[in-house]
Design a protein around this ligand. Structure first.
Ligand code: TEU
Length: 550
């Protein structure tokens, strides 16, 4: 196992691998576990502390693996359990910890339990593992309530009973192929304790918990109409009756006890997309989760005042519960930040997931902002998440052909929603190959844009000014100066577009404006996210500095 550093998750840099798009060793055009194992050296060279693997468990892949049929096995497209063991052993030998994605809110409709539920009688123990209800109205033709699926359309689907008659409805917060478990059932709780132990016994270092705020539903199943005004005002939007129910915390207190049976500081990170950092902090406690994603930071614009507010709120909220803040700019669900940070116009979610994906921004500005925003993020105390490809400065692939798209959010909304495939395009490893060195002879499952040739990893490796070189330098300085465990102290305001603070012995200046600002005197430049103009820090640039001795 990697070094015994206690509470490693407090300051860890965790790299998210999206297995189907990382590296393909089998030649079917879809990335796999041996492909990851073979390329772990690149992540070691980058200097990450841990990897988080998006789901690779057995699945019909209706939602790219977030629809599981067997939680304790590897899907054949990704390899086998022994491939997983080899990956884990190789990662640990490099000192890299491994976190796996766990999807406890719902299974696939192909899961054995759901198949049993479909043929069992209403009211049977088989049905009780999921959320089946009678419909409303004459003959139960209406769904049990008005809840909407997050992917679009009603959150209830009606089944046909074994005798051929129209039957009960089941709840699915996501795709209709993803039925929600009933977490009030002891059998469900027991099954997930078993699944946790299965992976812990194999040696994983922790879990990223999918839709962590959704497991427990309001048992009255009331109708719900979101208060759009309150949410857009940044007010305390009332949580939906299927999110943030207080009883869900009992699930994680129970899981924490399971993790503590194991040596080596195994960690839980919750994916709870909630409306404030105070709410996000409710998920982390000494007896609950170790970390939770800070989506407020992801949703912030590239704007000094907004960022200062989010950073302050985050540090305050997480300090109050004795947990590290996390910082994240990209993942497999949102528009890549090299595109997003340059978007103009209405984009209220900040994620680009909505139907309002605006026109194409200027790529050069996007990349400069992405580099500057990441240089700010990696200088903050706490734990940081990197999504595969951002270290290459990859942008969103907005121009995928419709027929190539596979994301259910695209289909369920008949193309009205932009969908998430654009941030899931296979990585470019080598500039001189048709498939960018991604697959051993296959065709990448999503087409890679020609414009990525100059961004291929091998090109960037050789270039000291590349985004990849910048990331390597940031991670090495971050660890050398122990920034993850430091403390942030704001330094004098130089302009409304500038953030300046110290952390340990490093001074950070981020210029989110368009005009340059002078470098503070008496400092040595440790790194700059883009070329300095003499003693001026240009717009869209972050610098790390150290005070001259004496
Ligand atoms: O995402 C949960 C999810 O869809 C929300 O957090 C959503 O992204 C947010 O509300 C945006 O408005 C997780 C996975 O990351 C995603 O890939 C899966 O599709 C989903 O769960 C279902 O498992």
């Amino acid at each position: 196992r990697p070094g015994t550093t206690a509470e490693w998750w407090r300051s860890a840099v965790i790299y998210q691998i999206y297995p189907r798009s990382f590296s393909d060793s089998s030649g079917d055009g879809i990335g796999d576990l041996p492909g990851i194992t073979a390329r772990l050296g690149a992540l070691d060279a980058l200097g990450v502390d841990a990897i988080w693997l998006s789901p690779f468990m057995t699945s019909p892949q209706k939602d790219a693996g977030y629809d599981v049929t067997d939680y304790c096995d590897v899907d054949p497209i990704f390899g086998t359990l022994s491939d997983f063991d080899a990956l884990l052993a190789r990662a640990h030998s490099l000192g890299i910890r491994v976190i796996v994605d766990l999807v406890p809110n719902h299974s696939s409709d192909q899961h054995e339990w759901f198949q049993q539920a479909l043929t069992a009688a209403p009211g049977s123990p088989e049905r009780a593992r999921y959320i089946f209800r009678e419909g409303k109205g004459p003959e139960g033709q209406e769904p049990p309530n008005n809840w909407q699926s997050i992917f679009g359309g009603p959150a209830w689907t009606r089944i046909t009973e074994a005798d051929g008659t129209p039957g009960q409805w089941y709840l699915h917060l996501f795709d209709s192929s993803q039925p929600d478990f009933d977490w009030s059932q002891e059998e469900v709780k027991q099954e997930f304790r078993r699944i946790l132990r299965f992976w812990l016994d194999r040696g994983v270092d922790g879990f990223r918990v999918d839709v962590a705020h959704g497991l427990v539903k309001d048992q009255d199943f009331p109708d719900y109409t979101p208060d759009a005004d309150a949410a857009s005002m940044g007010g305390e939007a009332t949580p939906a009756p299927y999110f943030e129910q207080s009883a869900v915390h009992e699930v994680y207190r129970d899981w924490r006890l399971v993790l503590e049976e194991y040596a080596g500081d195994r960690a839980l990170c919750g994916e709870a997309w909630v409306s404030s950092v105070e709410k996000a902090a409710l998920w982390v406690r000494p007896d609950e989760m170790h970390q939770t994603f800070n989506f407020q930071y992801l949703e912030a614009s590239w704007d000094a005042q907004q960022l200062r507010g989010v950073i302050n709120d985050s540090l305050r909220a997480f300090n109050a519960v004795g947990a590290p803040s996390t910082w994240v700019l990209s993942n497999h669900d949102v528009v890549r930040h090299a595109t997003r940070l340059a978007l103009t116009g209405e984009n209220p979610q900040g994620t680009g997931i909505g139907p309002d994906y605006p026109g194409l921004p200027d790529r050069e500005t996007g990349l400069a902002r992405a580099r500057a925003a990441t240089a700010l993020m990696l200088a903050l105390p706490g734990s940081a998440y990197i999504y595969q490809g951002e270290e290459l400065g990859l942008d969103e692939v907005h121009d995928l052909p419709d027929e190539a798209r596979q994301d259910p959010t695209w289909f369920r909304t008949a193309g009205e929603r932009y969908g998430r495939d654009g941030c899931r395009v296979p990585l470019p490893w080598a500039a001189d190959a048709d498939d960018f060195g991604f697959t051993a002879g296959g065709t990448p499952w999503l087409p890679q844009p020609e414009r990525w040739r100059g961004l291929a990893r091998d090109v960037q490796q050789a270039d000291p000014d590349s985004t990849l070189s910048l990331y390597r330098r940031m991670l090495s300085l971050r660890s050398e100066h122990d920034l993850g465990l430091g403390e942030l102290n704001w330094l004098g305001g130089r302009s409304e577009h500038v953030l300046m603070f110290s952390n340990q012995d490093v001074v950070v200046l981020a210029n989110t404006g368009t005009s340059s600002v002078p470098l503070p005197t008496g400092h040595e430049v440790l790194l700059a996210s883009s070329a300095l103009e003499g003693d001026q820090v240009p717009g869209d640039c972050t610098v790390w500095l150290r005070r001259h001795a004496g």
